[in-house]
Design a binder for this molecule. Structure first.
Ligand SMILES: *[C@@H]1O[C@H](CO)[C@@H](O)[C@H](O)[C@H]1NC(C)=O
Ligand SMILES: *[C@@H]1O[C@H](CO)[C@@H](O)[C@H](O)[C@H]1NC(C)=O
Ligand SMILES: *[C@@H]1O[C@H](CO)[C@@H](O)[C@H](O)[C@H]1NC(C)=O
Ligand SMILES: *[C@@H]1O[C@H](CO)[C@@H](O)[C@H](O)[C@H]1NC(C)=O
Ligand SMILES: *[C@@H]1O[C@H](CO)[C@@H](O)[C@H](O)[C@H]1NC(C)=O
Ligand SMILES: *[C@@H]1O[C@H](CO)[C@@H](O)[C@H](O)[C@H]1NC(C)=O
Ligand SMILES: *[C@@H]1O[C@H](CO)[C@@H](O)[C@H](O)[C@H]1NC(C)=O
Ligand SMILES: *[C@@H]1O[C@H](CO)[C@@H](O)[C@H](O)[C@H]1NC(C)=O
Ligand SMILES: *[C@@H]1O[C@H](CO)[C@@H](O)[C@H](O)[C@H]1NC(C)=O
Ligand SMILES: *[C@@H]1O[C@H](CO)[C@@H](O)[C@H](O)[C@H]1NC(C)=O
Ligand SMILES: *[C@@H]1O[C@H](CO)[C@@H](O)[C@H](O)[C@H]1NC(C)=O
Ligand SMILES: *[C@@H]1O[C@H](CO)[C@@H](O)[C@H](O)[C@H]1NC(C)=O
Length: 855
């Protein structure tokens, strides 16, 4: 049993912060350095693996878990392995995958302008996550590559999706994965490499169902998704046989009338001509095979065509590339024929005039608008009056055009902002030393920095309307103003995107408001629902603080913390975009607007078990803040309006951005009382000293709220009842806590569970911080209380009245395990842990142990 310790290294924290900054600085460096692993700009990534795999065509797919091989910039991801017995049979490349549960991206550093080929490999093997269920979107460089993509019905073989992205500038290239419902995305392998110059033309003949001979320009502002790639008259070609590792399939199944055509083949290499098609446009094996007219057919071959029919998206625009190489004719100028697309467009193909040599490859590009039949017809047929009545075709590619979409963060911004990295990439190793020096200088400065009062504007609750008058608006945070924090994390959104998302800040979408700005519900162009926090114009918060907050927030990913999805700092706006939490605040469900709706519907009712699960979720979030990596974050404003619920009632803690970053700094004494009245740690009142235990106290008040479904402070009540914490404690002391619980819960809580819960509350609300448990202990005990309730429900009922304690789970007796010594390790490690795996989590296991302990 892993018992990893997750504790804050208290005295060394500042040093740790320095280390963290250093790491942040070095990460992009490392990915830069590693980009030399093959030819520059060629990326072959074996996702979710730490080993290299050689795949077809001599590509070495490098494991993405090798340190520094590349950075997943944001989001939570983990790796999975093929767990099935048949896994040994599948290629190594498809035995691992990386999975994402929050919007995430791969960051690649490219150093050459040009057209890039991007290939994504998906192979849904059986693992602890059901990859067949995954539904997600992928985008890159402003192009939505895949929307609502799922491999559900294409189970048996790997799905490879290819894209051509023209006109990509050197710099950071990001591929974004956005999980949908269920929140799961995966990828087995990624290829990104630069294609030959002028691989995609900027203009081509425009063809519609009614014909067409005009040119259409501006192609380079699109991306291209090959949907058909046909080796006409030939065999299957795989990455092994192709110069750019493409797959080509034979044409036979697309042929409308198979007797109309026959295969022809040549064995000598094609006669490539300078300036025309080369082996990268299509390999020899494509140009050396063709379909030609079956002249032995007894049909009147003067008057028939060879026609292929391809399924395409209706009413979409496609780039159709037709490859020719005259391997048919005996002598030059023998053959002329027509190419048809649908019925109205025809083009004369005259290899002699076109290229002047036999067996010389060339191709034409056409932009074809598909009609609403979902079929694209392509034919070749002889022309009246030519010497030899024939027609042929060697290869064909149909690529769907993808429009640019504004909602993808612009990766080019990052390189502009991030001067140090540019320096780093130019002078390589020397820059490393410089960076080191810079970091240590900054750290030195940081050491001396005074705590600054910042970031009040971040304190707008995501939900829950105005602050109550008693609530303090003052906050502090100790932040470094150093430019090191000024990282662009690829979360940047344009102001136009925000306007689009919020319907230009439509008041109808307003879901919360405070002294510092407004919160809107919004929908990004990608369809993701978000909460948009906009600081009040003129509120005058500093940009450095804003950037610092973003840096911190974007590093924090946890299932039980509300994630930052993006931000906008255009036009002096300071806007943060968070994931949208469907069910709003916990408070609203306890005694707010949502409660009445829920009373009537059992499925939405906040049962005791659901409430415990919510408390456990919130406790996990807080525990993570208190113990994650090297930063300890004290939330400082734990309350029921800062605990949000998603559609499935999963609790997530919000508003930790204003939290105090940093050490349990005994010297830091702030001058203003922070937090929210009713939740405030009395010790903090006295000493004005912040500790993690202040959060524990506030959480204790939240627990009481959950139990009693009333406000922490209620001035309308008799004096002894005004303060929930005091009132609840007094009833707990009397052992009659059940007398003040939410009427909806009466008779539904197992007495043992309630007693356990009361005990947790009492411990959390202790006068002195040192006497209070850590969040981890609280979490543990809550899991135990849940276990008691669940066991009770399974066993039904009255266990409390019987002397026989046999209702507890029959687990082997453990010696007393003091909870202080054990830390949980289920989903607390960002990027590595995966929270809702089907393994029993460590805390579940511990719950079992604790049951015995409680006997
Ligand atoms: C994986 O491939 C990279 C690049 O080709 C190479 O630098 C590295 O040493 C390889 N690692 C292993 C374990 O083979
Ligand atoms: C890429 O193109 C930009 C202009 O679009 C140019 O400034 C830059 O030098 C080019 N970079 C390379 C590596 O060619
Ligand atoms: C993706 O799915 C969501 C809901 O599942 C739907 O609203 C949206 O229109 C879909 N988008 C596309 C491009 O199909
Ligand atoms: C996938 O298969 C299921 C049944 O197996 C079917 O109901 C569903 O429509 C299919 N989806 C697609 C996108 O083909
Ligand atoms: C072909 O073009 C003519 C006019 O140019 C039009 O009337 C006819 O409908 C077109 N055929 C198809 C299949 O679109
Ligand atoms: C290529 O992209 C740049 C911006 O990155 C744009 O200014 C230019 O017009 C594009 N070129 C073409 C041919 O679309
Ligand atoms: C393609 O490559 C594979 C592996 O090298 C080879 O076995 C196969 O014969 C090749 N196909 C053709 C058509 O040459
Ligand atoms: C060519 O046409 C003849 C006569 O219709 C037919 O017997 C033969 O099978 C066809 N050849 C092919 C390759 O389909
Ligand atoms: C070949 O197909 C085109 C388009 O369908 C049609 O216009 C033409 O008449 C056909 N030619 C023959 C000889 O059938
Ligand atoms: C090629 O053939 C066309 C007619 O099909 C004829 O007009 C032309 O003169 C020929 N050119 C040569 C060089 O033979
Ligand atoms: C495609 O071609 C076939 C055969 O020529 C014809 O029957 C069919 O109607 C055509 N479909 C379209 C959409 O043009
Ligand atoms: C082919 O040309 C001959 C004369 O050269 C003409 O009589 C015949 O109708 C033409 N056929 C077609 C399908 O155009």
């Amino acid at each position: 049993m892993a018992m990893a310790k997750l504790r804050c290294p208290k005295p060394e924290l500042r040093f740790s912060v320095c280390l963290l900054l250093l790491l942040l600085l070095l990460l992009p460096q490392l990915s830069l350095l590693s980009s030399t692993y093959t030819a520059p700009d060629k990326y072959f990534i074996n996702c979710g693996s730490d080993s290299n795999v050689t795949a077809g065509g001599g590509r070495i797919f490098v494991g993405d878990e090798k340190p520094g091989s590349l950075a997943l910039s944001t989001g939570k991801s983990s790796s999975v392995n093929d767990a099935s017995s048949s896994s040994a049979a599948s290629p190594l490349l498809y035995q691992t995958a990386r999975i994402f549960t929050t919007p995430s991206s791969y960051d690649l550093e490219i150093d050459q302008n040009g057209t890039y080929m991007v290939r994504l490999h998906f192979y849904p093997f059986s693992s602890r996550k059901n990859l067949f269920d995954a539904q997600f979107s992928v985008s890159a460089s402003r192009f939505p590559l895949l929307s609502n993509f799922s491999v559900r019905n294409t189970s048996t073989s790997p799905v490879i999706k290819e894209f051509l992205l023209p006109n990509i500038s050197a710099g950071k290239f990001r591929i974004y994965f956005t999980p949908q419902e269920p929140p799961l995305a995966f990828v087995n392998a990624i290829e990104v490499f630069v294609a030959p110059d002028d691989f995609i033309p900027d203009s081509a003949t425009h063809v519609t169902a009614s014909g067409g001979n005009s040119k259409l320009g501006g192609l380079l502002s699109h991306a291209f998704h090959p949907v058909h790639r046909i080796n006409v008259g030939g065999e299957i070609l795989t990455a092994d046989n192709d110069t750019l590792w493409r797959n080509w399939v034979p044409d036979d199944e697309y042929l409308f009338s198979s007797e109309a055509a026959k295969n022809s083949r040549r064995s000598d290499p094609p006669n490539y001509q300078d300036g025309r098609a080369d082996k990268y446009d299509a390999p020899d094996l494509v140009y050396n095979t063709a379909k030609e007219m079956n002249t032995s057919s007894d049909r009147d071959y003067d008057f028939f065509n060879i026609t292929w029919r391809f399924g395409v998206d209706k009413n979409a625009r496609h780039l159709v590339r037709v490859h020719f190489c005259d391997i048919i004719s005996k002598s030059v100028n023998d053959t002329q024929f027509n190419l048809y697309v649908y019925s109205n467009f025809s083009k004369v193909i005259d290899p002699y005039e076109e290229i002047g040599h036999l067996a010389a490859p060339f191709y034409y590009d056409l932009v074809v608008e598909s009609d609403n039949s979902g079929i694209m017809n392509i034919s070749v047929g002889p022309r009246n009056g030519t010497h030899v009545q024939t027609a042929f075709l060697n290869g064909l590619e149909i690529m769907e055009l993808i429009q640019e979409s504004g909602s993808v963060p612009d990766e080019n911004e990052s390189s502009k902002n991030y001067l140090l990295v540019i320096v780093g990439s130019v002078v390589g190793g020397v820059a490393l030393l410089i960076s080191l020096a810079v970091v240590f200088l900054l750290c030195f400065k940081y050491r001396k920095a005074k705590p600054v009062e910042v970031s009040d504007w971040l304190a707008i609750p995501l939900f829950g309307g105005m602050r109550s008058p008693g609530e303090s608006r003052e906050r502090t945070a100790t932040v470094s103003r150093s430019p090191v924090c000024n990282l662009n994390l690829g979360l940047k959104l344009s102001f136009a995107d925000i306007q689009y998302a919020t319907n230009n800040f439509d008041m109808k979408l307003l879901i919360g408001e405070g002294g510092f700005g407004k919160v809107y519900k919004g929908t990004l162009r990608s369809g993701i629902k978000v909460a948009v926090k906009r600081s009040q114009p003129g509120h005058g918060q500093g940009f450095p603080e804003f950037q610092t907050e973003i840096t911190v927030l974007s590093k924090i990913r946890h299932r039980h913390l509300v994630s930052l999805i993006g931000y906008c700092d255009e036009r002096s706006e300071m806007i943060l975009v968070y994931e949208f939490m469907e069910r709003g605040t916990l408070r609203d469900h306890l005694y707010g607007s949502n409660r009445d709706n829920e009373k009537s519907t059992v499925s939405f009712e906040l049962s005791w078990i659901r409430r415990l699960e919510i408390c456990i979720g919130a406790a996990k979030g807080l525990h993570y803040l208190h113990s994650s990596s090297d930063i300890c974050i004290i939330h400082r404003d734990v309350k029921s309006t800062n605990i949000l619920l998603d559609f499935h009632f999963v609790a997530k803690v919000s508003d930790f951005g204003i939290s105090r970053l940093g050490p349990l700094d005994q010297t830091h004494v702030s001058t203003v009382v922070k937090g929210t009245f009713g939740y405030l740690d009395p010790e903090y009142f006295r000493c004005l000293q912040l500790t993690k235990k202040s959060d524990v106290f506030s959480f204790g008040v939240v627990l009481l709220e959950v139990l009693c479904a009333r406000r922490p402070i209620s001035n309308l009540l008799p004096a002894e009842e005004i303060n929930l914490a005091e009132w609840g404690l007094s009833w707990h002391k009397k052992g009659e806590l059940e007398k003040i619980i939410d009427p909806l819960l009466v008779g539904k809580i197992n007495p043992n569970s309630l007693r356990m819960f009361g005990g947790i509350v009492e411990k959390c609300l202790r006068e002195y911080g040192v006497d209070r448990p850590s969040m981890h202990d609280v979490l543990w005990d809550l899991e135990y209380a849940l276990q008691l309730q669940q066991t009770a429900r399974n066993r039904e009922p009255h266990e409390d009245s019987t002397p026989d304690p046999s209702w507890v789970l029959p687990v082997p007796a453990f010696a007393h395990l003091p909870s202080e010594s054990i830390s949980i390790s289920n989903d607390e490690i960002p990027m590595a842990g995966f929270s809702d795996s089907s393994h029993p989590s460590a805390s579940e296991v511990f719950s079992l142990i604790k049951i015995d302990e409680a006997r």
